[in-house]
Write a protein that binds this ligand. Structure first.
Ligand SMILES: [Zn+2]
Ligand SMILES: [Zn+2]
Length: 398
């Protein structure tokens, strides 16, 4: 089996790997949008035969998790190409389609795989491993062909709410791995990124909720389910109701997990402009008792609140995302500043820190380690003697 990183050998985001078996059959793993792309356009597609018009040797595309930097470019490919994903990824996509989000996609030839259940795509045998990451239902893949074994880590960490998956994987590692293709997002970011456990963030949220006399506003991702749970738990402890957009609520509902916050719960409300349903809450209702609410700021919610009096010096604003996305929320941040709203940063990375990467590699004992999804692949050499660096578009043997 041969491998070729089409994009991602020296960058975070836009990951795409092409695998070719000796009989010529090919499989693509992830087809992400580069993080620095201003627009999602077809000319960003990596040069892979059969993407625009399917060819017989192209078997399909595996999607590791529902982050755009891993699937974004599938929007531009031939819709008949088989596409494989976990159930949660498919459900999140469905909600995105219903909410008309531009990044949503539909496929004629969509296949759902189950975690830990091996399946074959012609010559290739794939075993998806569920991993802890800031995307719900993220997978790593063991991919076998021609008697060779590749382990593709995808994006992962050990300090989220599903940290047990990491423990399980290193206690029961797949054996005889020829190549571990592993993410290294944390490299070069160690000083700016934080890696406390997701659980430990709850106390930090609680502290801010407690000291705030008015409403608390939070900027966080609707799809970072671990974070929504952390915020909900902190709000509950503080006697506050969690207010979110219909989109956030629908994602939680679609995942069909009875432990996730739901509009059916008395302390979770949907922000609405009318109160016709019992789970709806309006701006006017919040204004009566602002200190009883924590509000996750989706775009439409911010647009309604920005002109009212609810945002004032008695409220708090918590930024709960990666620092790098701050420029996307300039309008919100400047308004908070202008209204003298105390601001806080409470976040933990979606990616493994260096000790976790080392623990992972030590457990899997691969013959070679190939870095991906990192700006500093050469730093792998300092950590692992068996590092093999490959540039984008370089073909190598597994
Ligand atoms: Zn990623
Ligand atoms: Zn990710």
């Amino acid at each position: 089996m041969k491998a070729c990183i089409k994009r991602g050998a020296k960058e975070i985001g836009g990951s795409a790997v092409e695998l070719t078996a000796t009989n010529g059959e090919r499989l693509i793993v992830d087809l992400g949008l580069p993080l620095d792309a201003e627009e999602n356009t077809a000319d960003l597609l990596p040069d892979i035969k059969g993407l625009k018009q399917k060819t017989d040797d192209l078997l399909g595309i595996l999607i590791s998790h529902p982050h755009q930097d891993h699937y974004g470019l599938v929007l531009h490919i031939d819709k008949s190409i088989p596409i494989y994903m976990g159930e949660a990824t498919a459900k999140i996509m469905d909600v995105c389609i219903k909410h008309n989000l531009p990044q949503a996609f539909t496929f004629e030839n969509q296949h759902i795989f189950e975690s830990y259940k091996p399946f074959n795509i012609s010559t290739f045998k794939i075993t998806p491993y569920l991993v802890d990451h800031s995307a719900y239902g993220a997978h790593a893949f063991l991919i076998e062909a021609d008697g060779r074994r590749l382990f593709y880590s995808g994006d992962f960490r050990a300090h989220g709410r599903k940290g047990k998956l990491f423990d399980y994987l290193i206690k029961n590692p797949p054996k005889d791995i020829d190549v571990l293709m592993m993410e290294g997002s944390c490299l070069g970011r160690e000083l700016s990124e934080k890696y406390p456990s997701e659980q430990s963030l709850q106390a930090e949220f609680e502290k801010v909720f407690k000291q705030t006399k008015g409403a608390v506003f939070i900027q966080s991702s609707s799809q970072n389910i671990d974070r929504v749970v952390t915020i909900y738990r902190a709000a509950k402890k503080n006697g506050r109701t969690l207010v979110m957009s219909g989109y956030t609520g629908h994602i939680l509902m679609a995942l069909n997990n009875p432990h996730l916050p739901s509009f059916k719960w008395p302390d979770v409300k949907k922000f609405a402009t009318d109160s016709t349903m019992p789970h709806h809450i309006t701006k006017e209702m919040i204004e009566k008792n602002p200190n009883k609410y924590v509000i996750m700021l989706g775009g439409p919610i911010f647009n309604i609140l920005k002109n009212g009096s609810l945002i004032n010096e008695n409220t708090s604003f918590i930024y709960s995302m990666w620092e790098g996305y701050k420029e996307l929320y300039q309008e919100r941040l400047s308004l908070m500043k202008e209204k003298q709203v105390p601001m806080f940063d409470i976040h933990t990375s979606g990616h493994a820190d260096i000790p976790t990467l080392k623990q992972f590699a030590a457990a899997l004992k691969p013959k070679k380690i190939v870095p991906i999804h990192t700006f500093f692949p050469e730093q792998f050499k300092e950590m692992f003697d068996n590092t093999e660096l490959h540039k984008d578009n370089e073909i190598f043997e597994i």
